[in-house]
Structure formats: C-alpha cells, structure tokens
Design a protein around this ligand. Sequence first.
Ligand SMILES: [Zn+2]
Length: 316
Amino acid sequence: MKLTSITELLKQGVVLGDGGYLIELERRGYVDSGSGREKVGTGRGSGQFTPEVAIEHPEALLELHREFLNAGSQVLQALTFFGTREKLNRAGYGAEIESINAAAVKLAREVGGDRALIAGSVSRTQLTEREGMDSLGKSSDHIAEQIRLLKEAGVDFLILETFFHLAEMKVALKSAAAAGLPAVATMSFRPLILQSTDGHTPAECARVMADLGAIAVGANCEQDPVRMLPLLREMRAATKVPLAAQPAAFHTTEQCHSFTRLPAFPDDLETIQVSRREFIEFGKHAQNEGIGFLGGCCGCNAAYIRSLAAGLAHQI
Ligand SMILES: [Zn+2]
C-alpha cells in the first residue's frame, strides 16, 4: 500500500482497521482486567484494562501489531486506549503517562512502517460515569493533554472511541480539531443501542459528531455486528460522512445490548464469543451499508480481521 492520508484512503474504498488490543493482551497474560480487585462492568468506571503493556511488555504489543498487519489492516491503532492521566492515575500509572503514550505510538509505527497508517486511540476518561456532567471541564483537560502527547509522538490521525456520553465526545472532537488532527469518532451504546448514556439517539450522535468535523462517524465495542447494524443504519440515514464500525465479537441479549454489562464480563467472555463467520458476512455488506472505516473491537484478534478482509474481497 502506498501510504496516504486517512481522508484520501477513505475516498478510495472501505478502509480496513485492526482489532481489539486490551482483551486480547489480557487473554495472553499481559494486561490486568481489574476483576481481582474491583467489580468490573458496573458502568461506574471501575476496572482496569489500561495500556501499560506498551512499556512493560513491548514485545507482546509488537507481536499483536504484526498479526493485525499480516491480516490486512491498513491502519494500526497505537495502544493508547484509557491512556489519559485520570485513568492511568487510578491504575497506578499516572506518572508514566508520557512514556506510555510515546512508547505505544513508537511500537505501532515500528510495525506499520510504510504499510499502515498509525492512529492514536483516545477514549472516555470515565469521569462522567463517576462524577457526572460537572466533570466535563476536567475531562476536557485530560483528553487535550493526551491528544497533545499523541500529536508529539507523531500519529497520523485519531480514533475517538468508546465514548458513552455525547457530551464528552464533543469535548474530545474539539480537542482534536484544536490539535489539527483528523478524527474518526465512534460512540458505544449501552445498555441498549437506542441511545447514548446521556440520552441521544444514534442519529443525533452521528449528526453532532459530523458537524464537529469527524471524518467518519459510527459505533465501536459493546455489540457484535448483527446487533450493531440497526444503529449504524440509523446513523447512515442521518449523515453524509462515511460510517465507522468496530463491533465487538461477543453475543448480547435482547434485554442488554452491551457485553460489558453482562455477567460474562470479564471472566467468562469465552462463553459468549461470536464466531468469525459473522465478521465475514459483515465485511461482505460493509460497502453497501455505507461503512468507510471497518475494524473490530473487543474479542477481535487477527483471525477476525482476516475474516473482515475476506468479506471485503467478496462485496455484495
Ligand atoms: Zn471494545
């Protein structure tokens, strides 16, 4: 692949991203799920899943990047998810914020070379879950700090992902614009796909994110492709910018559309794993559904990205 910008790449067809890092590295023994200390999955921002693996076990992260690249990823995400000072502080790594973010970008670039674009991953701070909307000013400062670090480390663009509140996503998009970095923006909907945690429909989220300059808007995490598709269609009808979709590989239920709210999270995830077949089918229909940026989230290792690539090669 001749490297170009993400905006140019989106014009050329469906861009294939990568999969989920933290749960895969947790399964391999390098990331702490936090389930030994806190109740994870409460929606109160508990749990760990932080990216210190970038400085503690860089070889493990390099290997996972290589696997995604080998599977066909055109974009590698630096593992900077949950890499704000606020979240790292609570995991005991606040003092390492600069080194973790810098190392994560360097490792992704080392593997991506001239074959893949490098995206900085920026997620919610968890302050809104813990402290409410009055904390948005603090969130803004933390997100702006991380985006500054990612820009200094040389990312090509940002993926703003796993935001539960549209209000916090707006803050993140403003920080990305202020830093001059293009941003793909994806919300995570829970407990149902009908609205964000602060009460906005997928269509409203799509419109607002596009209006604030996101180059692609959509959803990531929480739902498998089949469960996520209706909300993506609602977004498709509301905006002209390309859709971004990074579904998880875990089954959910009619009563609860988010796997992180199910009892299986995080220690019984193997019991709700979605097979790769669903990702082949999703890849086949991606272009028709208006998806411009396609990847996977939690539960998607390189095998799932290969499946998406196989689907994309047989577009319907
Ligand atoms: Zn995820």
